[in-house]
Design a protein around this ligand. Structure first.
Ligand code: SF4
Ligand code: SF4
Length: 285
């Protein structure tokens, strides 16, 4: 079983549009959305949710007031100043280390699971789909990404799927690093702007560090030919395969509004280019 991850150095590069196009073309695949902070692949895939699984990131302390003898030991033990002078616990400061529960002489504090988000296993018109949503303000996105990948792999094994197609998080942070594990090929989607090139260099640094085979494609290549040339030269000089150039195409927005993938929507130059990129990805695998 092979894993393909589509990433970008930042949001707004058209990454999910491209992934949705691949989803239309992939055969015998499980899809996974690892952008757990702001997932959007489900908008086009319109999943029928079959299973909803709570995600617990860490344990939080809960105090039983009736047992507390106000000795103050929990406040002394807390390194995060999360317990005030009245021995109330501030959930926003708490890091869930458990020291307060450990030190409490009368067992007034219990560490309980705290739900940080949800993981979903769904069916779509293209096949099985694993996705998730982290609750607002939660920080365990890397952990949830690992869960999404674990479930996708489990599903692929159970249903004899040959491929896991993953929509990654934008950026180079913890969720992206978590999504890279076990990946056979990463495709970076970039755009021809000053920040686009900078973000491309940063994300390439990450995939190189983890020794992952990487290729690049440029979205809206025709909005700035000079920057497109710069990206092409950069890829050539660094031996990174540039496997596609997608033109600026307003019909992509129309496809999104109609909740269709670019392949389902029309047989435009864009959809032809997406098909070519997909063929090259399969060749590279
Ligand atoms: S769990 Fe740790 S961080 Fe949270 S209140 Fe207790 S001692 Fe402080
Ligand atoms: S250590 Fe336990 S008994 Fe002491 S103040 Fe904290 S909760 Fe109350």
């Amino acid at each position: 079983m092979k894993q393909i991850l589509v990433i970008s150095g930042k949001g707004g590069t058209g990454k999910t549009t491209l992934v949705a196009g691949f989803v239309s073309l992939a055969e015998n695949a499980v899809m996974a959305d690892c952008d757990v902070d702001a997932p959007d692949l489900h908008i086009i895939l319109k999943p029928d949710i079959q299973e909803e699984i709570p995600f617990y990131a860490l344990k939080i302390p809960v105090k039983d007031e009736s047992r507390c003898i106000e000795c103050g030991k929990c406040r002394e033990a807390c390194r995060f100043n999360a317990i005030d002078e009245n021995f109330n616990i501030d959930e926003f400061r708490c890091e869930g280390c458990g020291a307060c529960a450990f030190i409490c002489p009368v067992d007034a504090i219990e560490m309980i699971d705290s739900e940080a988000g949800k993981l979903y296993i769904s069916r779509t018109r293209f096949g099985p789909f694993v996705h998730a949503q982290l609750n607002i303000g939660e920080e365990a996105s890397g952990k949830l990404v690992i869960e999404v990948k674990r479930k996708a792999k489990e599903l692929a094994e159970k249903e004899n799927k040959e491929l896991i197609l993953i929509d990654g998080s934008p950026g180079i942070g913890c969720p992206v690093i978590a999504s890279l594990s076990g990946v056979d090929l990463a495709l970076i989607v970039t755009e021809p702007t000053v920040s686009g090139i900078h973000d491309l260099e940063r994300i390439l640094g990450v995939t190189k560090h983890f020794g992952i085979k990487t290729s690049v494609c440029i979205n809206k290549f025709d909005i700035n030919k000079e920057k497109t040339n710069e990206i092409e030269n950069f890829c050539n000089e660094n031996g990174i395969p540039l496997i596609g150039r997608i033109p600026y195409d307003p019909s992509i927005t129309t496809a999104m509004i109609e909740l269709k993938t670019v392949i389902e929507f029309s047989s435009s130059q864009t959809s032809e280019e997406v098909k070519k990129i997909w063929s090259k990805i399969i060749e590279m695998l």
